[in-house]
Design a protein around this ligand. Structure first.
Ligand code: C2O
Ligand code: CU
Ligand code: CU
Length: 450
């Protein structure tokens, strides 16, 4: 293995692969990573290998750990037969590092290398993925967790990172269709094998009586998970990377593609006890206590992230309607069928190239506060994501909202929500639904901040 191959994350990855184990909080040091993007056969299905596309030849991908306010350098080497870029989902970083082809950088061509370097301003649970040919590149496995550790260690006894993905594979490991027009037109094509870190219902060992941070990342292309749990009092401590002002008990929590959830809990005070997380009634993961009790009584508190406070009194409101395309005729592009099913303000995203960059959906003035009124005029869920900014969800016509920070807001059937943020990051920022087949069939655009 290459010396520079994900220096720090290798130990975390091996820990996740080998069981039984005890996952202790991982200290951060050394922020240099190398990600090699290439095809690799991986074992996920019961009866055979899957011809996946992976970071560094493994699934799960290396967990990248950076530290808040400290620079991290990541070299990406493209060994695919097609171009790619890597996007750091949820991180408020300069546009040149955002990993969107044409808007922020040239595509990384086969055989080429690109160095990303940035300083994460916020701590929390984020993730990374390509921003080209997304149905296939993400669907085949190019999805990984990106953890930014707090400047001061909050002091959990264990920190477990879990990527949720419902693989589109058969029992023999071969891929089923990652997309079908019929499903792209609806909720997206569901996978068939529900996994956590590439395993079906794995068991992780946690210290008895310890304070546990369980980080869930929805790295799936399609599925909205409905998270529930039992075996301990589970507390929502962060939503989509950001600590919430008042941690609250987990009843159930909907997590659309791209969204994250950190749960805190005190592990049972006896060995061999089980805490379980579910998607609806299906087991996602079990935690089993081992060792002497840590006898923790309370969860550590997480500091809030330094998100600028929107100036609501002087905000400008912009409306966005998410709708079906009235003319659902496939467009032929270089012999390829190009379906257009969805629109934002009646415009379907038609892709871009070095020569053709479409107009932005909105032009924002740098430093000013904006309220976006997001109306889902369809009967399907849309997790709406904005790059480069963290916004505050203010309210919704369908649910009571305790305002919170996020980069991806899940709009249910016919739901209208208002979000607010300070447009403080200059650049052209993608703005799209994170159901990958939806963004591929029109539900995408960008806003320009200058
Ligand atoms: Cu998770 Cu445009 O990205
Ligand atoms: Cu993003
Ligand atoms: Cu959508």
């Amino acid at each position: 293995m290459d010396r520079r191959q994900f220096l720090k994350s290798s130990s975390a990855l091996l820990t996740l692969g080998a069981m039984p184990n005890i996952l202790l909080a991982t200290p951060s040091e050394g922020f240099d990573y190398e990600l090699i993007v290439a095809p690799a056969d991986v074992r996920i299905a019961p009866d055979g290998n899957t011809p996946a596309w992976c970071f560094n030849g493994h699934f799960p991908a290396p967990v990248i750990r950076a530290k808040q306010h400290q620079p991290v350098r990541i070299r990406v080497v493209n060994k695919l037969a097609e171009p790619t870029t890597i996007h750091w989902h949820g991180l408020r970083i300069p546009i040149a590092m955002d990993g969107v082809p044409f808007l922020s950088q040239a595509p990384i061509m086969p055989g080429e290398t690109f160095d990303y370097e940035f300083t994460p301003p916020d701590a929390g649970t984020f993730w990374y993925h390509p921003h080209m040919n997304s149905v296939e590149q993400l669907g085949k496995g190019l999805v990984g967790a990106f953890i930014v550790d707090e400047a001061e260690d909050p002091g959990f006894d264990a920190d477990v990172v879990m990527g949720l993905k419902n693989w589109h594979i058969r029992d023999d490991g071969s891929f089923t269709a990652l997309t079908t027009p019929r499903n792209a037109f609806r909720m997206g094509t569901p996978g068939r094998l529900m996994t956590v870190n590439g395993k079906v219902a794995p068991t992780y060992y946690i210290p008895t009586g310890g304070a546990i941070r369980a980080r869930l990342v929805n790295i799936d292309n399609t599925l909205t998970y409905n998270i529930r749990g039992d075996g301990s009092d589970l507390t929502i401590v962060t939503v989509d990377g950001n600590p919430i002002a008042t941690p609250r008990p987990l009843q159930q929590h909907l997590m659309g593609p791209g969204m994250r959830l950190d749960l805190g809990f005190i592990a049972p005070d006896e060995a061999d006890q089980i805490v379980t997380l579910y998607h609806k009634h299906e087991v996602l993961v079990r935690f089993k206590t081992v060792g002497e009790s840590k006898q923790r009584r309370a969860l550590p508190r997480l500091p809030l992230n330094p998100i600028p406070t929107p100036d609501l009194d002087n905000a400008e409101t912009i409306q966005f309607a998410f709708e079906w395309d009235a003319s659902i005729n496939p467009v032929k592009k270089d012999g390829k069928v190009n379906y257009r099913f969805w629109t934002i303000n009646r415009k379907a995203w038609d892709g871009m190239s070095a020569k053709h960059i479409p107009e932005p959906l909105a032009r924002l003035e740098q430093g000013k506060t904006y309220i976006f009124e997001l109306a889902n005029l369809t009967q399907y869920h849309h997790p709406i994501h904005l790059h480069g900014h963290t916004f505050t969800v203010l309210d919704s016509n369908k649910q009571r909202i305790e305002p919170f920070h996020t980069d991806t807001v899940l709009l249910g059937q016919n739901e209208t929500a208002r979000i607010a943020f300070v447009a403080d990051n200059p650049g052209r920022w993608m703005y799209h639904c994170h159901v990958i087949e939806h963004l591929k069939t029109g539900l995408m655009g960008y806003i320009e901040v200058s």
